[in-house]
Design a binder for this molecule. Sequence first.
Ligand SMILES: Cc1cc2nc3c(=O)[nH]c(=O)nc-3n(C[C@H](O)[C@H](O)[C@H](O)COP(=O)(O)OP(=O)(O)OC[C@H]3O[C@@H](n4cnc5c(N)ncnc54)[C@H](O)[C@@H]3O)c2cc1C
Ligand code: SF4
Ligand code: SF4
Length: 1009
Amino acid sequence: MNQPVPSSAQHDALQRSDELARRLRAQTGGRVLFGAGDRARYATDASIYQITPVGVLVPREVQDVISAIDICAEMDIPLLPRGAGSSQCGQTVGSALVIDNSKHLNGILDFDPAARTVTVEPGIALDALNAWLKPHGLWFPVDVSTAAQATLGGMAGNNSCGSRSIAYGNMVHNVLGIRAVLADGTDAWFGPEADAASAPARVQELATRLRAIAQAEHEEIAARVPQVLRRVGGYNIDIYHPQSPRPYTADGHVNLAHLLVGSEGTLAWFRELRLRLSPLPTARALGVVNFESFYRAMDSAQHIVTLKPSAVELVDRTMITLAQGNPAFRPVIERALIGEPQALLLVEFAGEDAAVQRGRLKDLVALMSDLGLPGSVVEMPEAAPQAALWNVRKAGLNIMMSMKGDGKPVSFIEDCAVPLEHLAEYTRQLTEVFHRHDTEGTWYAHASVGTLHVRPILDMRHGDASKMRAIAEEASALVRRYKGAFSGEHGDGLVRSEWVAWQFGPRLGKAFEAIKDSFDPRGLMNPGKIVRATRMDDESLFRFPPRYETVRITPALDWQTWNVRRNPRTGEQTAPGTGDDRTLGFGKAVEMCNNNGHCRKFDAGTMCPSYRVTRDEQHSTRGRANTLRMALSGQLGPDAFTSDEMRATMDLCVSCKGCKRECPTGVDMARMKIEFLHAWKEKHGLRMKERLIATMPLWAPWAARLPALFNLRDRLPGLPWLSEKLWGFSAKRRLPVWRRDTFLGHAQGVAAHEADVVLFVDTFNNYFEADNARAALAVLQAAGYKVHIARAQSLRGRHERPLCCGRTWLSAGMVEQARAEAQRVVDAMAPFIARGLPIIGLEPSCLLSFRDEFLSMGLGEPARALSRLSVLFEEFLLREQEQGRLNLPLQALPEKQAWVHGHCHQKAFDAFGPVHAILRWIPDLEVNVVQSSCCGMAGSFGYDAHHYDTSMAMAELSLLPALREAPADALVVADGTSCRQQIQHGLDDAAPRPQHLARVLERALAQPR
Ligand SMILES: Cc1cc2nc3c(=O)[nH]c(=O)nc-3n(C[C@H](O)[C@H](O)[C@H](O)COP(=O)(O)OP(=O)(O)OC[C@H]3O[C@@H](n4cnc5c(N)ncnc54)[C@H](O)[C@@H]3O)c2cc1C
Ligand code: SF4
Ligand code: SF4
């Protein structure tokens, strides 16, 4: 096909972009990302918009940014600073050179614990800063919900506000100074106005102009700037004539940094931020107030805040119901309920003295009684139920965000703030607005400061842009009537900049333009935001514009669950497969990523190991989902789904399923990778190494018969090197050792008709670690179970090749062969499925594929029944014990400590808890759970020579360092075959050898008292 000939304007733009990239490469040490895939990954944030940037610079050091600013000034190319890109309003998308601060510019530069100040680089994430501060008893208290990924530069850019803003204020109240670089290269600290006298001439002149602008607008500021804490729209011109109920500075002086806060990258690039810290509260008490009506809850907020709580958060009926429907959350939410309330307010008191906080809880009880609601408060003075309830509130939001269908909750009026006395009327009237437009919204968030998050459900690709504007107009009229702020948390960006002049009036609109021009006369910093804005409903800027289409593909797996339609008003969803999607649901599953950036978190949980070690957008779940979306919608050119770009983007995904569990919208990249690998294989074929690994279950019986031959690779010098050169197996690793004494070759269980449980032994435990399977059999038999060992159906009177879950085939995208293996398992298990027997497995990635991948292979009801009966060894034992059916006396072991690492799939399926719970049954054993992400081995991933360094870097993130702390005589427990291989490879020979839980239990059985 002929490529379209670019117009002369496009040609010029391409030439300029090439020239920019060339100069950046020559004059900076940063990574210069100008390829189509990289630009696509930076074209979106958590808003509804998409604009492809000119290119991306990931600076290694500050000087790189300074050089880039000079080059852009010379070439007249706009600049756009970016942190995590979690903005909801489109602040971080634009046709500009994006500067991504988050990878390298994340240092802590200065810390003064006595003065309680810290100076940081802009790319540090809030959670990283607070983790560093914790040992000092301090924190930076602007606790945004996106704390795991939000950077301090981005938080300052947006004037972000946390759940506890009523106690601590917004960013503007907590920033002491900003060292900023202007578009003309001026590099200076912005702080108290008086200090400007000793600043560079450009800053002195700027300070004079800014004061003149503010003085001219003195009356307008008083008349137009909303007097609410949560006002983040426009520029903070009121620092000269404060309207915020909370003072910007203790003594009333003007701090010029406060004008930069909330400027959304439109005035300057922040290179350093000096922040005020607060003591970390050591005592919290929570009161949950139950209301019979939503209106009453909203009306009460104004009275509750007089008790000076640190947070007042709303949970509405929808979320209560969602939580009650989830077995894990039901007991938590029900502990907070009195009867059947329509809304809850979670009222938190925090400080240093627990007794004082409990006293304040009593004040809340008394207040509610005075307000005519006696007996409406559930008191929670203890930390554990408080934490559990906060988690429910977060999860409720996630469930809402994971709504399927083209209609999605859209953020554009989600942070309007109104004075508390009007909150009840405002929410009532806004609900009427939604109903008039045939949609619905769910309410949550910060009642304490009058900012209630609400997202009406709209379908932007089917013409709901006009509805969005109409709702915005009606909502804004309400906000104005109640003297509120149209943006109380998320800023202006593309969705609200258009409203700035409307809200603040034409005079202040002009004043904002004058402020912008004083800092950035050539309009190079993030143009089109706050002033001189585009229309919010400019469809050409939408991520999903009308007529958005995907290419037509037939996926190898079943994605029809996502191929549905949903009624925005009633929430009713059509049956799977009825959504008319050209990718049969695959594209829709990809589109579930709403770009919130949570997969950039770095400490808790599993997601996303490849991002954690690379800190590259490309190697985050979001980067992958965005690349897939752009490829599937034809925006990366023809055949992009099977392109080298796509392969590079998927390459470091270790299929850990961390995202399946931890992504708020359940993006399941491990499954998407199978789909990609399948398409790749169809187009490009497989390499020898991939084929060898995929077909291992076929040739494994031969290897077990001739182990000496198959083990030669690690016995003869030079062969590891050769295997790396020929096939890409890393010479640095030893391969698993083949043995003659396989488990299935020798083990005896009971006959099928006598069985009360079935043991499924996977390829890895059968051939390489048969002792694990023997131990599991011994433990189950010791507990009195009649164990049948699962085998393939015998066709010719002899045993067939062992059963296999098909995982090795899936890792090469060989879905048809994996399906055939799955079908063999389902067939072999049919008699036991019919009898409802538990089917027990040892290797998490194998057994759990019965509960996951098998269900997407079109195997019907038998596979669903198998999935319901399949359990891991540890899950089975714990369940039996909880139901009082287990008799497994265990005795103390010589080891006094156990260190346990969970396999990622165990964690993804909530099946890791049973491992440490069971280890605690062993007398006198102290159990330490290692807080680790993926071990980095991930099946064959770590054996690949190209992946070796990444694999080891994943292990070194937390797993290996934690295990090096374990005493030499400790037990190390890891149920995953790959995890054990990685741990053994990564620790020295003196370290304890990792074991499967079954081996530990077997020894505890055998141990004499
Ligand atoms: C699910 C969800 C929940 C959220 N909850 C909250 C919440 O509780 N409270 C809240 O306030 N917000 C919230 N947000 C919005 C957003 O997460 C915050 O505003 C966050 O602080 C942005 O940080 P970031 O690093 O992602 O910044 P980015 O989105 O990358 O950037 C934000 C702005 O700052 C500018 N900027 C970034 N770095 C610099 C720099 N070095 N110099 C100059 N300008 C810079 C950018 O140009 C942009 O205009 C939420 C968003 C989502 C998706
Ligand atoms: S993949 Fe999930 S966690 Fe990551 S940005 Fe998308 S929705 Fe958020
Ligand atoms: S499966 Fe694991 S590595 Fe892959 S995107 Fe998800 S969290 Fe990241």
